[in-house]
Design a protein around this ligand. Sequence first.
Ligand code: DGJ
Length: 802
Amino acid sequence: MIRVNNNLFELHTLNTSYLFRLTKTGHLEHLHYNKRIALDDNDDALWEKHAFVGGNQCSYNKDNLNISMDEMRLECSSTGKGDYREPFVEVVYPNGSRTSDFVFESYEILETNPAFKTLPGSYNEAKPEHLKIVLKEKYYDVKLILHYFVYEECDVITRSSEIINNMDEEIRVERLMSAMIDYDDKEFGITTFNGSWANEMNRHEVNISAGKFVNSSVNGTSSNRANPFVMLSRKRCNQGHGGCYGFNLIYSGNHAEIAEVSIREKLRFVSGINPQGFSYILSKGDCLEAPEAVMTYSSSGYNRLSHNMHDFVRNHIVRGKWKNKVRPVLLNSWEASYFNISEHSLLKLAKEGKNVGIEMFVMDDGWFGERNDDSSSLGDWDVNLKKLPGGIKGISEKINNLGLDFGLWVEPEMVNQKSNLYNEHPEWVMEIPGRDQSEGRNQRILDLCNPAVQEFLIEKMTEVFSSGNVSYVKWDMNRNFSDVYSKYLGKDNQGEVAHRYIIGLYNVMSELVSRFPDILFEGCASGGNRFDLGILCYFPQIWASDNTDALCRTKIQEGYSYGYPLSTISAHVSSHKNHQTLRDTPIESRFNVASFGVLGYECNLCDMSKEDLEAIKAQTEHYKKWRETILFGDFYRREENDNKITWSVTSKDKTKSMGIIFQKLVNPGQTSEKFKASGLAGDKLYHFYNRKMKINVKEFGELINTMAPIHVRQDSLLHNIIAKFVKLDGETEDYIVNGATLCSNGIHLKQGFGATGFSDEVRLYQDFGSRIYMMEEISEDDAKAYKDKIREKKEEKIENRE
Ligand code: DGJ
C-alpha cells in the first residue's frame, strides 16, 4: 500500500513499512524500514531532531544553520553541500562544478509497472503500486526522478532512479545509484557472496564498525567475484531468527554495494552501477536510467528473507512460458565430449540418455565453424558439416526421433581472432586501437554499444535458432572485460562503454526471447560469472558453476539460495572423478545435491557401469515426481555444524517436503544423527521415508572378509565379480510423525556405520555421503492403516531372523 499524507510517504507491504518525509528544505528524509507500523498523528516522533550542527560541520545554508546534510538520513544524497558520504548522484555541470542539490518538485501515485527504456525491470501482474517523485536541481534544469514499487505479498520494495538533462548544454553524470538507506545505528553485519571461476558464492560476513565496505565488480559482468545480492543483518541473526535485509540489483554489469559508518555512528547503504570507470554524457533531453534495486526485510531470519526474494524472483522477475513450469531433465554433451563431437557420438550419448529418463539433449560447444578447441570460430555461427552432415535440422530431428527435445550452446557476444567475423568486421570488436590487448580464452568481446553489432547478433541467432527444432539454448559468455573501448563511441563517451554494453545486450536478449517464446533459455558465463536478476528477466535459469563436484556444489548452491530460487539454479550430475577437483563422490550424493535445483546430467553415459545407469534411471524418476515441489516450494537451510548440511524444500501448501543431509567427512565417533524438517504444518501427520539406496560391497574394502566364506583380495577379479552380483540393501526409514515433531525434535535416523557391523539397520554415510528424505501428508485413517503395515513388516522381519 502506498500513502502520502502531510509530507509523509508511506510504503507498506504485508509485514514491513518503508517511510520517509519531505523536509522543509525540500529533501527526502528516510525514517523507517523495518516491521510494519501504523502511523498516528504524532508523526514527528519518527524523525531526528536537529537543533544545531556539531563542531566543524557545514550547515546546509544561511536559512538552515541547524541542518547538516552530512547528518541527515536521506533517500538520495549528492555532493558539494557539506555531505561527505558515498553519494547517490554526482554530476559535472557546464561550469565544471560538481555540486548538486536536488529538491522536491512533485509526486504521483500510479498503477504502473517499471517502464525502463534501456533496462529490464520487475513487473506486477496484479495491481502495480508505483510512487514517482520528481526532484529538481536548484540551479540547473536537471531532474532526478525516484521510483518506488511495492510488492506487498512478498515483502519486497524496489527502487530506481533516472536523471534528465533539460538544458542546452551537456552535463556529465559521474554516478547515479539505485538505492540508498540510512539506518539509526551501525550494529549490522554485511554478508556478501564472493568467489572466482568454479568457486562461486562463498558466503562472507563482516561487521563494519567504522569506515567503508565495498562489494563491487569492474570486470564487465555482475561477476563471480562479488554477486550483487547482499544482506545486512542484526547480531545473532540466523536462519530462523533475527532481523535482516536483502538487497539485489536488476543489472548484469559493473555494480557496487557500499556500506559505510557515518560520523554519528550510523550505517549507510548505497547500491547501483559501479561509479568506478563510469562517466555518462547527457545532452539536451537525454535521460540516464539507473537499474532497479530490490529490497526486502525479514524480522525472522535468513530463511524468511530468502522466501521473500524467491517469491519475488519467481513471480515478478522471471517471465514467459517457463515462468512457473517445471524444467526438463537434460543431458549436456560438454563434459562427455568437450569439443570432440560428431552426429554419431552425440546420438549415441542421447540414446543412452533416453534409456535413463533424460528428456532433453543439449549439444554444447564445438558444433560450428572450425571449432575444435577454444582458439577459433566464435562469431562464425555456421554449422560444421563435417561433424553434423545434416546440419542443426538433421541432428535435431534425429534427437527428436529418440523421443528427446533438442537444445544447443551459443556464445554470441564473443569473437575469436581466428574467425571470418573478426576479419570482416574488426571495427565491431572491443579493442583499443594501437595497443597490445590482454587475452582471455583466446577471444575478444564484440562491441554491443554498436547497434550494427546488436542487429547482427539478433539476425544471426534468429537464423541459428530457426535452423532446426531448437527447444533450449544455453547462452554462454566466457570473458571478463579488458581494454575497454568502443570504436563506435566518441572519445568523450568511453566512460559509457561498460553500461552501454549491458543495454545493448539486453536489447539483443529481449528481441530474441520475444522471437522465440517457446525456447527455454539458460544463461551462463563460465558458470556463475553473470548470475543476476537482469539475466533472469530474460532467461528463467542460469548455469550456476562449472564446478559440478558435489561437495563444492553444497557451498555454491547454498550461497545462491540466499537470494535466488532453486528454479533458477541449474545443477548437473557429472562423472567421477570430478573434472574440476578430481574428487570421487558417490553418484547418489552427486544427484542428491544437484536435485536441489534444475537437474541435468553432464557425463559420458556410454562409458558408465550398468549399476550407475540403473541409479541414474531411478534418480530421474524420483526428480520428475518431486520437481514441482523442489522448484516452486519454500527452501530452508538449517544451522548445522561444519561437517553437515541440511536443507529442505516444502511445498507452499505444506503437503510435501523433501530434505537432504550431506555429510562432508565420516567420523566413526558420531554415529547418531537426526533429520529435522522445516516448514511443515505442526498439526498434520506426515509419512517420513528415505530414498532407498543399494550399497556396493566394494564400499567395505577388505572388510568383505568379515562376511565372505573365502578370502577376497581387494580389487581382485573375484572382488569385482562379487560386487557385480551382490548388492546390499541400504537402511530404511519409515515413520508416521506429526509436523511439529518433525520440525522441532526431528527424526532419530538409523545408527551410522562406525567400523563394526553393517545391516539394513545401519546407515552408511561415506565421506561426502548423503541421503534425501521425503515427507508427505497423510490422513489419520491412512496413517493408522500404514502404521499397522509397518508393525506387521517389523514382526515378519523379526520372525524371519529367528
Ligand atoms: C563454459 C561453460 O561454463 C561450460 O559449461 C561450457 O559450455 C563451455 N564454456 C564451453 O566452451
